[in-house]
Design a protein around this ligand. Sequence first.
Ligand code: IPD
Ligand code: CA
Ligand code: CA
Length: 259
Amino acid sequence: MESKFTFAQNVIKEAGKLLLQQMEDIFDITVKSTNDDIVTSVDVAIQTFLMQKITVSYPKDHFLAEESDNQQAISDGNVWVIDPIDGTLNFVTQKSDFAIMLAYFEQGVGQFGLIYDVMADKLYAGGGIFPVTCNGRELPVFDGRPLNQSLVACNTGMIVQNDHNILAVLQNALGIRNYGCAGLSMAKVLNNQLWAYFSNVYPWDYAAASILGQSLGYELLTLDGQTVDFISREKVVFLPRQYKADVLHLLNKNEQNWA
Ligand code: IPD
Ligand code: CA
Ligand code: CA
């Protein structure tokens, strides 16, 4: 597993270099479902690069990749989950605050995850038997600080609709942030900059963070308190495990105060 983890760190860095080269050229943008759901030729090139590199080194492994129709269930063999560019809107409009993400599973068990902030050259990596690091610096386990001394990140639509009575949780925080990149938002949770992240996301958006968070005291759950399915788009929260009961108590209840 050690060599596979090292391989993954090298290949995601190489993908970052390829992205930086391609970013300088004119690239194609295609609208998927709605105007804010887009894919660029750079997303496709990065995904193709990662899949080819992985296949050459590990020909029997499978993929669950965002821009691919061939999506393996994570419970079925050795599976790499790929989000070639997380935060494509940021990539196109801001040229910053996007990430390349990889997560690796064997029979449904997460072995390691990687979130690479290309523009900041920051690589979050680890999970499973590996310590969780950012550019080699080991990240601490959650320090226990309460929500009322912390910031949270939340999907704007969920705030506007008060989805699952979410305002009852959010109003206890010092403030709300929105970064437009699921991976970097969850990296900020891992890095103690945010307390939790609430959003409506796909498996490739949350796979890496779900593995990275386990040993640091974080958990990924649906807003109903269920385990995520790694199949569909779901409304989720990535939060400190020790506060899970308090948060779930407020979600879905017609109450406004912290438990
Ligand atoms: C999206 C971003 C965004 C989140 C969406 C994701 P993409 O990923 O992470 O912040 O709100 O739910 O789909 O489409 O840019 O890879
Ligand atoms: Ca994504
Ligand atoms: Ca993407």
